[in-house]
Design a binder for this molecule. Structure first.
Ligand code: SAM
Length: 227
């Protein structure tokens, strides 16, 4: 839904289609797989309070109008003093930057550029504009705060995208026991899709596609109990 470190916005379409009416994302982040299949029922779980609170705000409080009314920024602008509820401000803090791990305060050049205003004049932020458009279609979603292990084991499409085994240490919340997580993934009811990169060894992952990260290229990988 918004720009975030490790998010699957560009590659969400490469994963298997959901077989169930309910999608559960135990490690929600920006939840791009659910955004792609947003007509489904969706349960997002997240242990990083900043991310959880953004989802809770989007689903239960925000309106497209409110988002659009606070979406005009200029390159280099400092938004730290902006007077908005924290989850709204944090959402903006992710949208004015690319792939950051936490909300930022300084507006990056690319986030507001339009071809008709090549001098980086103040204009509407792309990401916020897109969120305002999508928002009415996700109001039936639900969100839960806490550890992935607290989720009930119900039949669903489980899209499981934890911090990478190698590379996930940058998240504010990490410290996953991967052998425990492997067992948990294998015992979920329904369709299970697990994301990683090819460096991981906690499940027999297969290569999906190569992606260019901010510093290095990695090969995204997937494991599923459905063929
Ligand atoms: C790789 S990101 C998810 C990216 C998401 N699929 C997307 O498209 O943006 C992993 C997320 O898991 C969260 N997380 C880390 N440990 C967790 C835990 N034990 N339980 C729930 N969430 C956790 C992190 O805060 C992070 O937001």
């Amino acid at each position: 839904m918004f720009s975030y470190y490790g998010s699957k916005n560009k590659i969400a379409k490469l994963y298997p289609l959901p077989k169930y009416d309910l999608i559960i994302e135990p490690f929600a982040g920006a939840a791009w797989y659910s955004v792609l299949h947003r007509n489904k029922n969706v349960l997002l779980n997240e242990k990083y309070n900043v991310i959880h609170d953004i989802w809770n705000w989007l689903i239960n409080e925000a309106s497209s109008e409110l988002i659009l009314n606070n979406a005009d920024f200029y390159s280099g602008q400092d938004i730290s003093q902006i007077d908005l509820p924290k989850p709204h401000k944090d959402l903006i803090g992710f949208c004015i930057n690319r792939g950051s791990i936490a909300p930022r305060n300084i507006v990056q050049k690319w986030s507001c550029q339009v071809a008709s205003k090549p001098n980086w004049a103040s204009t509407t932020n792309f990401a916020l504009k897109r969120i305002a458009k999508i928002l009415p279609e996700i109001k039936h979603w639900e969100t839960q705060f806490g550890d992935y292990k607290n989720l009930p084991d119900i039949e669903a499409t489980w899209f499981i995208d934890p911090p990478y085994q190698f590379g996930g240490e940058h998240y504010s919340v990490n410290g996953i026991d991967y052998s425990e997580l492997a067992e948990w993934c294998k015992t979920r009811k329904g369709q299970v899709i697990v994301c990683e990169n090819t460096k991981a060894d906690w499940l027999p992952f297969t290569a999906l596609t190569e992606i260019q990260g901010q510093r290095v290229k990695t090969i995204e990988a997937v494991w599923s109990n459905y063929t």
